[in-house]
Design a protein around this ligand. Structure first.
Ligand SMILES: [Fe+2]
Ligand SMILES: [Fe+2]
Length: 175
């Protein structure tokens, strides 16, 4: 087999982490929906789909290397938020945690000399930089607007076009 049992097990756990994030972002999107903030809701529904895509990358890898996909039980997402700032601050700390999880996976892949896994994880290392940056930016915009002026945040997201914040580097890449 192209990957060690230990790495397959850790990747299966990460499928759970990514699907957990996907569900968490549905909960956050629904909070914004209930607050009649459709752009923020849309932003998090999109993020949720992205997280599912991340999980599916791990599913594909495990199947490609001949491992067994075993999806772990998922904890219930948090559904109640006191404010937009709280919801997005939590999203940021989850992204930071996922970044640490990805780094741990890189360590396992390297220790097991699963170089194909190291290459596979490169994409996630870069993706996490973008995810943390995006969430940081959104949190900064929400804090600047303040709790009574979240419509500014909505306008801001509309101006971003896709509803997703992007760093100048990311725009340069697609240009
Ligand atoms: Fe992810
Ligand atoms: Fe993410």
């Amino acid at each position: 087999m192209l990957a060690s049992d230990k790495l397959i097990e850790a990747f299966n756990q990460q499928i759970g982490n990514e699907m957990g994030a996907s569900m968490q972002y549905i909960a956050i999107a629904s909070y914004f929906d209930s607050e009649t903030l459709p752009q923020l809701a849309r932003f998090f529904y999109r993020q949720s789909e992205e997280e599912r895509g991340h999980a599916m990358r791990f599913v594909k890898f495990i199947n490609d290397v001949g491992g067994r996909v075993r999806i772990p039980a998922l904890p219930a997402p948090k559904s109640d938020f006191a404010s937009a700032e709280e919801a997005v601050a939590q999203a940021l700390s989850w992204e930071e945690e996922v970044t640490r999880q990805i780094y741990d996976l890189v360590e396992i892949a390297k220790a097991d000399k699963t170089y194909v896994g190291v290459r596979f994880l490169d994409w996630f290392v870069e993706e996490q930089l973008e995810e943390v940056t995006t969430m940081n930016d959104l949190l900064a915009v929400i804090r600047r607007a303040g709790p009574d002026r979240l419509l500014f945040v909505e306008e801001y997201l509309v101006r971003q076009g896709t509803g997703r914040l992007e760093s100048p580097a990311a725009s340069a890449e697609t240009a």
